[in-house]
Design a protein around this ligand. Sequence first.
Ligand code: CP
Length: 353
Amino acid sequence: MRNLINILDLTTKEIDELINTASDIIDSPELYANSCRSKILGTLFFEPSTRTRLSFASAMMGLGGGVLGFSQAASSSVAKGETVADTIRMVSSYSDIIVMRHPKEGAPIVASNVSSVPVINAGDGGHFHPTQTLTDLLTIKKKKGRFENLTVGVCGDLKYGRTVHSLISAMARYKGVKFVLIAPDELKLPDYVKTEFLCGIDYIETASLEEAIPSLDILYMTRIQAERFDSPEEYERLKDTYILNAEKLKSAKSDLSILHPLPRVNEIDTDVDDDPRAHYFDQATYGRYIRMALILMLLKTKGVVDRRTHGTEDEHLSCQNPHCISFGDSERGIKRLFDDGKCIYCDQMAKKV
Ligand code: CP
């Protein structure tokens, strides 16, 4: 059985295969219309979503399969205190593959440890969002024709932006990729992402979008993640730090590709939408096709062991990340596991106790 928790669970060769399959589905959808007949996708969304949940549902229906699930925790037995593990045990007996989004970092790892069917991470807190990255990669391939030798600007909330963490970890594997990390001091890329994925990679950090724009091949704008802030005042102060508009794009390359995982709030003015370099709505459309390809791949793969379930208990270590599924008592019975001093659920360094 195979899960997708982190984009690095896929090799670059497998990503190429997914992109080829997605392209084939775009060209000849009728050839895939019965590929998942009698299969069921469970969609468990403990957090709001439009694109990810509906594109997964549309993907499974386009493959001839069925869909069940919930779109908010309040309409499931989680509202009565059921754990993630127990929820997944149940749903994996009602479906053939599960996609889940959860506000706690590492929740999909808890799910994959008890599930009898493949689990796909559709976003775990501010941690990772690997299927958004597959969508981003398909868009980059379609619009730029390559992954190598690109200067990629990522702008906005690099601290809590899970799509950014997954995109950087994926793109860092390609030759000649440079990153321009555009964020205010308060929302800079977390150290664990830099240490894990940007070691030996060319990158600069800046707070100025205007100064960065002329050098970029890709500009990946992101929303400031209101729901992850501990302080509403801090969010209010930072929420409009970056607003991309037609005026700012005058200094950009003519073949710049402007991406955004969406939803947007204020960070891209609507006067950019008709610019031929604005690719964010195409990006959302591609999401359906790459998710069709992913469902096909995971349902076909047998006998692959998910490496991310490894780790050992250590009574001298404690995860201090309040956003981690292993923090506190909400996930009763969870094994607190560490690998090389890091919590395996959230990838943050644990504290010695
Ligand atoms: N990009 C993305 O994850 O969008 P949703 O929150 O609407 O699923």
